[in-house]
Design a protein around this ligand. Structure first.
Ligand SMILES: [Fe+2]
Ligand SMILES: [Fe+2]
Length: 203
């Protein structure tokens, strides 16, 4: 049943999504600082990269509220206090929140938007839910690698990229410093997570 946007549940859900994305962005920039303090410079980049995408999500939801410019929208909602000095915990909490958005929150918002007749909002919720799935899986994988100590070591041999100079290291264990730029090992990221490494698969 179509409803006026100003009276809709979707209007409130868009504001909830804007609030949630805005907070996720800040949580990740704060987590990035923690990663940096611990010398995991590549993880800092992963958090910041994801934070920028949360900003983009927030911007899209905010844009869909344009007709309400000048109004204040009251919402209620629960938001997590994801604080820890453990990087594994920070990654796990991030993965959990991403999964919640992907599995529960955005699909529910999408359904309501469909029912209320707001197809653009429904589309945004459905597509951003898919992106959050990727975010969640990435954070979960990183948490697992840190926990199982395969982030810098792979017995059967692995590949890593130094994010400072681009050097690709192949072997069982990332050296303490990059042999090329002499930056510490925290700049290395497992190749499966390295940016722009997939050119050999391009047509
Ligand atoms: Fe997001
Ligand atoms: Fe996300």
């Amino acid at each position: 049943m179509a409803v006026e946007f100003a009276q809709s549940q979707t209007k409130e859900n868009l504001m909830r999504a804007f609030a949630g994305e805005s907070q996720a962005r800040n949580r990740y920039t704060i987590a990035a600082e923690e990663a940096c303090r611990k010398g995991f410079y590549a993880l800092r980049e992963v958090f910041l990269f994801t934070a920028d995408q949360e900003r983009a999500h927030a911007a899209r939801f905010y844009e869909l509220l344009k007709s309400e410019a000048g109004c204040t929208i009251q919402i209620d909602g629960g938001y997590p206090v994801d604080q820890s000095e453990s990087l594994v915990e920070l990654l796990k909490m991030a993965a959990h929140n991403e999964e919640e958005e992907h599995k529960d929150v955005y699909p529910a918002f999408e359904k309501i938007a469909e029912e209320e007749g707001f197809s653009e909002a429904a589309y945004a919720f459905s597509q951003i839910a898919k992106i959050e799935r990727i975010h969640g899986e990435r954070f979960a994988k990183l948490a697992q690698m840190l926990q199982q100590e395969t982030y810098y070591e792979q017995e059967a041999g692995g590949e890593w990229m130094c994010l400072n100079c681009g050097y690709i290291f192949k072997g069982a264990k990332v050296p303490p410093v990059c042999p090329v730029c002499r930056h510490e090992r925290g700049y290395f990221i497992p190749a499966c997570m390295a940016p722009y490494l997939g050119f050999s698969n391009c047509n």
